[in-house]
Ligand binder design. Structure first.
Ligand code: BG6
Length: 479
């Protein structure tokens, strides 16, 4: 049984299938990690023959599979790919789909349903899968992967969770946040909990503040229609940034079990204090309102910076700064832990009076690795200088050893490991944090105005001032 699975992709004509899902499945197959018998079935309303669909995927795979791609191998893999057009809102379609799947499966098979459609179709698909009895793990398991965005706010996320639970048990549900599939994000837990040297000082006694930056050089491009209704808080903070925050600040779970891990994540997310409006910055890059698909008077932020606090023994009083934006100078995701200075300085440090405090920087992407900034004695001088101890993935593990996040996540869903997926209470805790900010921006008297920043800049000066008020500054580490 473990050797048969059907991966059923709803919304398969979308670009996620081409850019991420099929390349990930192809790589898994090449590594021998897919079940022996597998079928991949795509659905959307567009009409394609099986071969047209395979051909479209082949073209995209050539650009999107990083290493070891060959047309020949893809053709072999593509023998397992099928396409069934149809309207997912129509009950009759599911009868057809089930029959189609059974025919391909030719015996008992597990099934992974993958929702990659527009979010308004999630509920109808869930309902119909339930009505058709296709949700029941009787002969073989049935699981469902749900892409982001999971809801539009806390209320809709809660309603969607209810709908999901009407049809599937929580342990059948895999809510994707692809940041959790990134090797470097997973490594945060290894760094913290597979070593003894970090954890004893990972708290308010030794840490001055934490910064999380997820900067993107791309602008909203062709996704303007979606993006303008979403904005950076929903698109990036609700999921990716808060997941990085949770990994960085959670308590050690007792095991790597999905629930043990997620219990700790939820606990820390629930401990985040409601964010003070004075500690928020919202901004839009210049020219955004002129884009096709964007409301000319749009108030949608493409950048935000937040200062937040976590109310627990470990983190009380430690500022956590987070920022993310589009149209920034380069793509980089980094977490920096700024430690406190040594209490007493007995060494000289050139012209500067004080020793620089240690900084630990986790490079989520690119230049994957970890840097630790330390003070060292300058040879032949009686003073110190800040130098970097550096771990780089390329050096340690060789080039191109980092698989795409989707590869890991799809594999884990097939294996039934939900550790790297969001649970319903986690998603709702994340929305609670983000909703408070979005509602404040819309309604609070002390909400900051939406400001503009130059494309290709590190954001508005208001974000620098947010840190300067506490004597901090944004830290970006270039290699
Ligand atoms: C997606 C957002 O979830 O993440 C996009 O919708 C964003 O707007 C993307 O560009 C960033 O992902 P990555 O892996 O390129 O950092």
């Amino acid at each position: 049984m473990d050797n048969a699975a059907t991966i059923m992709i709803f919304g398969a004509s979308g670009d996620l299938t081409e850019r991420k899902l099929i390349p990930a499945l192809y790589n898994l197959q090449q590594k021998g990690r897919l079940p022996q018998r597998y079928n991949i079935i795509g659905n959307s309303r567009s009409e394609f023959s099986h071969d047209e669909f395979r051909d479209k995927l082949l073209k995209a795979a050539r650009d999107n599979v990083k290493n070891g791609f060959s047309d020949e191998k893809f053709h072999e893999f593509a023998q397992h790919i099928w396409y069934l057009p149809g309207d997912v809102k129509d009950a009759a379609f599911y009868e057809q789909l089930n029959a189609f799947m059974e025919e391909r499966e030719n015996g008992t098979s597990n099934r992974l349903y993958y929702l990659s459609t527009a979010p308004f179709l999630y509920e109808p698909i869930l309902e119909q899968l339930g009505a058709a009895g296709m949700n029941k793990s009787v002969e073989g398991w049935r699981r469902i992967v749900i892409e982001k965005p999971f809801g539009y706010d806390l209320k809709t996320a809660h309603a969607l969770n209810d709908k999901v639970h009407d049809v599937f048990q929580e342990d059948q549900v895999y809510r994707i946040d692809h940041y959790l599939g990134k090797e470097t994000a997973q490594n945060i837990l290894y760094m913290r909990f597979a070593n003894t040297v970090f954890e004893p000082i990972w708290n308010r006694n030794y840490i001055n503040h934490v910064q999380i930056t997820v900067a993107e050089s791309v602008d909203v491009g062709r996704r303007a229609g979606y993006y303008d209704t979403s904005g950076v808080m929903r698109d990036m903070f609700q999921n990716h940034l808060l997941q990085l925050l949770a990994l960085t600040t959670m308590e050690p779970p007792t095991s790597f079990d999905a629930d043990a891990l997620r219990n700790e994540k939820v606990k820390v997310l629930q401990a985040v204090y409601p964010i003070d409006m004075q500690n928020t910055v919202r901004a839009q890059y210049d020219g955004y309102c002129g884009l096709e698909g964007v409301d000319p008077d749009s108030q949608t932020p493409t950048y935000a910076a937040l200062k937040m606090f976590i109310g627990n023994w470990r983190w009380d009083g430690v500022p956590i700064y987070m920022r993310s934006g589009k149209a920034m100078p380069r793509k980089t995701s980094e977490i920096t832990v700024q430690f406190k200075r040594p209490p007493h300085t007995m060494f000289r440090r050139g012209e500067e009076k004080t020793i620089k405090a240690n900084q630990l920087t986790i490079h989520i992407q690119p230049n994957e690795g970890i840097d630790l900034g330390i003070e060292a004695k300058v040879p032949d001088a009686d003073e110190s200088q800040h130098v970097q101890m550096n771990f780089q993935y390329d050096d340690a593990f060789g080039d191109s050893q980092i698989p795409d996040a989707y590869e890991r996540l799809i594999l884990n869903a097939i294996q039934g490991d939900a550790a790297l997926f969001s649970r319903s209470d986690g998603i709702e805790a994340q929305w609670g944090i983000v909703d408070h900010v979005i509602d404040g921006w819309a309604n609070a008297d002390d909400a900051p105005a939406l400001v503009t920043y130059a494309s290709n800049s590190w954001g508005p000066h208001e974000a620098d001032e947010l840190l300067a008020r506490a004597g901090h500054e944004w830290l970006i580490h270039d290699h």
